[in-house]
Design a protein around this ligand. Sequence first.
Ligand code: DGT
Ligand code: CA
Ligand code: CA
Length: 356
Amino acid sequence: MHIDFDYFFAQCEEIRNPNIKKHPVIVCVFSNRGNNSGVVATSNYIARKYQIKSGMPITVAKKQLLERKDAIFMKSDYQYYTQVSENTMHIIKKYANIFEYIGKDEAYLDISENTNTDYEKSKLMANEMKNEILTKIGLTCSIGISNNKLISKIASAYKKPNGLTIVKPEDVNEFLNNMAISKIPRIGSQTINKISKMNLYTIEQLKKLDVFKINQIFGKKFGTYIYNSIRGRCYKVVKTREPANQISKIITLSNDSNDYKYILQNLLQICKQIHEIIISEKKMFKTVTIQLVQTNLANKTASKMLLRHTNNKLELESTAKILLEKILYQNKIRRVGVCISELSCNINQSNINSFF
Ligand code: DGT
Ligand code: CA
Ligand code: CA
């Protein structure tokens, strides 16, 4: 089973304030460069009627919604969404034999033991789960059920929002043949372009290519993936995974820059904020990662694992500094982030170092 929460961030906002439900709701990630600078994180389905897409500049979204004076643009609130996500995942887990966390609004569940691989039972279970999530959290989600992860993932996206799609093994071929090639995960516009140059447009047509030809075009690894996927084959099992234990923060610099001092100053500012969180949550960390997003949007990261868990601010700062020296070159930087991970509970709360 694959579950994906509908228009997640925007729906969280609707839960908090149901009055906005009738309006186009657009959740934005503002950069600190003034009023309208930033991108759309997501939007509700009313806004999507106006071609609003994730990642779109806020200015473009505002233009497309000119005729909707009632549109509501909101600032994203990750902490709150994380809380809604945690509460919902808590409910979902109860139904799973194996629970694999994928992201804040997404998970795979192996339910074969609980349902005896009976699709009628799976359907009952999915509806029960949807109901429990709706009554307790107020959230709708979409679910796909099949005998593998790939088909379940495609099925959960099939009838969004609030969908439930069950694809039995004997129906997989029919299900896929009527589908656009782009619905297969990891098949993006570049791959579609290559495929349409061969005058192939549907999964049924793509199946005419033999495995050698596909591998020749796309390389062995990706080629084999495509060849198997369009036949509904996927051999990945659902494996236990919990949300990553980490705290991260990323900011947009006021000006693009490759100046070491300026970037360091921003980096230390983030370290300060992260340190405040770990102290208030009484946690310790073992790994520090920094992230630099260049003006061309290329991403650079560097990590260091410390010898032991710590909550020491100086250690966080000096590690971040070393990492910055390692990956900052001529390229101008647009965004800077810090992430601490492998968190553990701070048993030694009297540790005086933490207050430096
Ligand atoms: P849907 O299609 O009903 O599942 O809608 P969402 O909004 O749940 O879309 P999904 O599942 O792709 O993404 C889950 C959340 O991740 C979404 O609510 C906001 C966030 N997100 C997705 N794409 C972007 C992006 O390009 N930029 C940022 N900042 N956040 C994004
Ligand atoms: Ca979603
Ligand atoms: Ca998702």
